[in-house]
Each structure stands twice: as C-alpha cells, then as structure tokens.
Design a binder for this molecule. Structure first.
Ligand code: HEM
Length: 421
C-alpha cells in the first residue's frame, strides 16, 4: 500500500506568507507527525512547545549531517556548498560541537558584542542617510536599503571582510538564499563556488597578515584545534546564520508593528520596552520558522508519538511559539508579555550563539529607524507583501518592503538607564 503523507514546506504563497494558521491546524490535528518535505524526503515534524523543547535538547536526536548522509541517504538532500563545507557547529554533535562552539565563542563574549554598538549604529545611520536622500515622500525598499545591508555590514565587520568585497559576497548570498526545489540551478552553483573561493582567499590573506577580527582568531587556532575544512565551514555558516536571520527579524518586525498600531504607539511612548518587543517579534514573526537538520540515532518518544531510529526530525519553532498551551492568546502581538522565553533562537546546546548580537542589531536598527521616522508607513497594500525563502522552512523573510519613511523627527533612543540589553 502506498503511504500518503502531508507535504511540509514548499507551500502555496498564501500559506508561505502567513503559515501560522496552517501550523495551528496541523498542531491541533497531531502535534508530532510524519510528513514529506518539499524535496521528497520523509521527516517528522514537531509542532507543540513542550515536544519541540525536548527534541532540541535530546542527545538521541543528532545533528551530525555527514554521518546521516553516509548512514541513510534518504534523510537529507545535499545542500550547497556541499558536504565538505558542512563541518561546522550546527552540523555536529559533542565533542566536536563543544570544541567548535568554544572556538567561535571567543568573538561572542558580552564585552566584544557590546563594543560593536557604535559600529552598528554608524552602519544604520549611514543607510538611513542614503534612503533619506530620496526625500520624505519617496517609496524606498526597507529590505534592500536597510534590513539586509545592516546585518551584512555587521558580520563583515566581525569577520574582517574588507568593505569593498562585501557587495560581491552579498550578491552571491542573495542568490544562494533564495532557495529552490530539486537540483540547484547553475547560478546557485556559481554563487556557492564564488563564496567558497572567496572565503579561502580571505583565510589565506589573514594567515599572511592577521588582524583583530574573528577570521584571524580562528586562523590562529587552525591545525591545533581546527581543521581547514572546519574553519571554512564555520565561516560559511557564520555569514549565513548571521545576516539573513536578522534581516528577516527587522523586516518582519516592522510589518508586525505597522499591523498593530496600538503596540507601535506603546513602544514609541516608552522606548525602554524595545528589548522585550524584540523578543516578542522573534516569537510572533518567526524569522527562523524551523530548526535545522536533526536525525534520531535511536527511537525517541515525543508527545506520546514514537519516532523510529534514523528518521529526520524537523522542529517547528514557529508553531511551538504559537502553542496556546505555552503562550496565552498566542496569535496576539503583545510587547508587554511576561510569559518567559520562546524558542525563536532555539534551545539546548545549539541555542543561537549570535542571539545577543542579533538582539543588539535589532535594537539599534529599530532605535535608529523609529527615532528618525516614527510615522513610516507601507507604500503598497498589505496584501501585496510577499514572504519567500525557498521551501519556507528555515528562513522566513520578505522579498521587499516598500515604505514611505515620512519626515525625519522625534528622539526615540532611550537613555542608558532605560537600556536592558
Ligand atoms: C534574529 C536573528 C537570529 C535568529 C532568529 C537565529 C536563530 C537561530 C536558531 C533557531 C538556531 C538553532 C538552530 C538549531 O538548533 O537547529 C541558531 C543557531 C546559531 N546561530 Fe542564530 N539566529 C539569529 C541570528 C544570528 C546571528 C546574528 C549569528 C552570528 C553572527 C548567529 C549565529 C548562530 C550560530 C553560530 C548558531 C549555531 C549554534 C550551535 O550550533 O551551537 N545567529 N540561530
């Protein structure tokens, strides 16, 4: 008998743009269920909050993608740039995970993150200057002009990527992160090859003349604690994890605030609420709607459902964060929520290493944007906005966000006493 499985991902535009009703319906029907991914691979999707939290923290659910590829090629499609660039912390288990995360963590200690604030503010302010040059009534694309280049510039600073090289790299990543169904198109292969060659050159340059950036720190650890393959994989993963996610948080967050003018006004009246607002925007808008690849190494029971060994597990963070058993009135954006942490940055040993940086970038991005343009508005119908990112599983961000910024006014930035992080 042929097994019929619901397809998860690769949704029609209406679901992709607003997947939360679909998640709720699936979660109510069966909070842990067997599905078929858009690329044809079978998997289990975990939709309830408690089961998602358990899955993210269960050592019997592995992240070792290369081992899974060797054991059972039916669990995962090989992505770009290929398995040889997959040897980073998000794709391995302890002890390799512990070693790789510890090395990269050197650049993510709180004083180093805090020290980036002036550079982030300068990038945000320059980008706003460029958009303002079009005039207060012009339509500008907030994704292209602000949400995307801001985190890309920050990751460039962190890694020591020369400013002149960033546009080239940025263009390649845009191609690669657009996503596709089935085999990668030639332009994606070219972009991937371009990125890999660029990162290899960057590493060679930092070996010759090290500086204070993260690439130089990692190059110093190469051979002793880190293979060249792990170094290049880690750089690739950091650029991917470090920019599109935050760009989506900024873009999705602006739309959510414009959709909820009462919440926006409450924020403008009390800018000290911005840190809590950012966490609520992560929960509500799901910039990363599903966690990355996982596979069971033995049978695991989640929410009373047994998942056999060697099966792919997809944890739906976007669904878990709208579970009414965890968040009262989950479909309401409420910047005053006191429900405690959500799963938007993951949980357990793979909890987002860049979360403090992402929160800082988002805080500065909103402070600068709303400080200058508290009256910004959409320049198109709300229904015309489109979210897209390949199969819609790991990234959820707008293709473009046309807005009219309006006149520059107001002072939004809270005083130091009001800052929470
Ligand atoms: C709004 C922005 C962001 C969101 C929503 C986000 C979300 C996540 C999530 C959900 C995970 C865990 C994935 C899993 O367990 O499968 C993760 C891991 C990770 N993120 Fe982020 N991220 C963001 C920004 C960043 C930034 C700015 C950086 C770095 C510059 C970063 C670096 C990482 C790294 C290195 C990991 C892997 C951690 C590990 O495997 O131990 N992220 N992120």
């Amino acid at each position: 008998m042929t097994e019929t499985l619901a397809t998860w991902g690769g949704w029609a535009p209406a679901i992709r743009d607003d997947p939360f009703g679909h998640f709720a319906e699936a979660r109510t029907r069966c909070p842990v269920q067997r599905v078929r991914l858009a690329d044809g691979h079978p998997a289990w999707v975990v939709l309830g909050y408690d089961a998602a939290r358990q899955a993210l923290n269960d050592p019997r659910i592995s992240k070792d993608m290369l081992a899974a590829l060797q054991d059972n090629s039916d669990v995962v499609a090989e992505g770009l740039p290929g398995p040889e660039f997959s040897r980073h912390m998000l794709n391995v288990d302890p002890p390799d995970h512990t070693r790789l995360r510890r090395l990269v963590s050197r650049a993510f200690v709180p004083p180093m993150i805090a020290a980036l604030e002036p550079a982030i503010r300068a990038i945000a302010s320059n980008l706003l200057d460029e958009m303002d040059a079009a005039g207060p009534h012009a339509t500008v694309d907030l994704i292209e002009g602000y949400a995307y280049p801001l985190p890309f510039g920050v990751i460039g600073e962190l890694l020591g990527i020369p400013a002149a090289d960033r546009p080239r790299l940025h263009a390649w990543f845009q191609v690669l992160l657009t996503g596709w169904a089935g085999d990668p198109p030639p332009e994606a292969v070219d972009a991937s090859d371009g990125i890999v060659a660029y990162l290899a050159e960057l590493v060679a340059a930092k070996r010759r003349s090290p500086a204070g950036d993260l690439v130089s720190v990692l190059v110093a650890a190469e051979d002793d604690a880190l293979t060249t393959q792990e170094l290049l994989s880690s750089l690739f993963q950091l650029v991917v994890a470090g920019h599109d996610t935050t760009a989506s948080l900024i873009g999705n967050g602006v739309v959510a605030l414009l959709d909820h003018p009462g919440q926006l006004q409450a924020l403008l009246a009390d800018p000290g609420r911005l840190p809590a607002t950012i966490d609520e925007l992560v929960r509500f808008t799901a910039p990363v709607p599903h966690a990355t690849f996982r596979v069971t190494t033995e049978a695991v029971t989640l929410d009373g459902v047994e998942i056999p060994a060697h099966e792919q597990v997809l944890v739906s963070l976007g669904s878990a964060n709208r579970d009414p058993g965890r968040f009262p009135a989950p479909d309401v954006l409420d910047i005053g929520r006191s429900d405690g942490p959500n799963l938007g940055f993951g949980h357990g040993i793979h909890y987002c290493l860049g979360a403090p940086l992402a929160r800082l970038e988002a805080r500065v991005a909103f402070e600068e944007l709303l400080g200058r343009h508290p009256g910004l508005r959409l320049a198109v119908d709300r229904d015309a906005l489109a979210w897209a990112h390949g199969d819609g599983l790991v990234l959820r961000g707008l293709v473009s966000l046309p807005v009219v910024l309006g006149p520059s006014r107001g002072q939004f930035i809270p005083g130091p006493g009001q800052r929470q992080g």
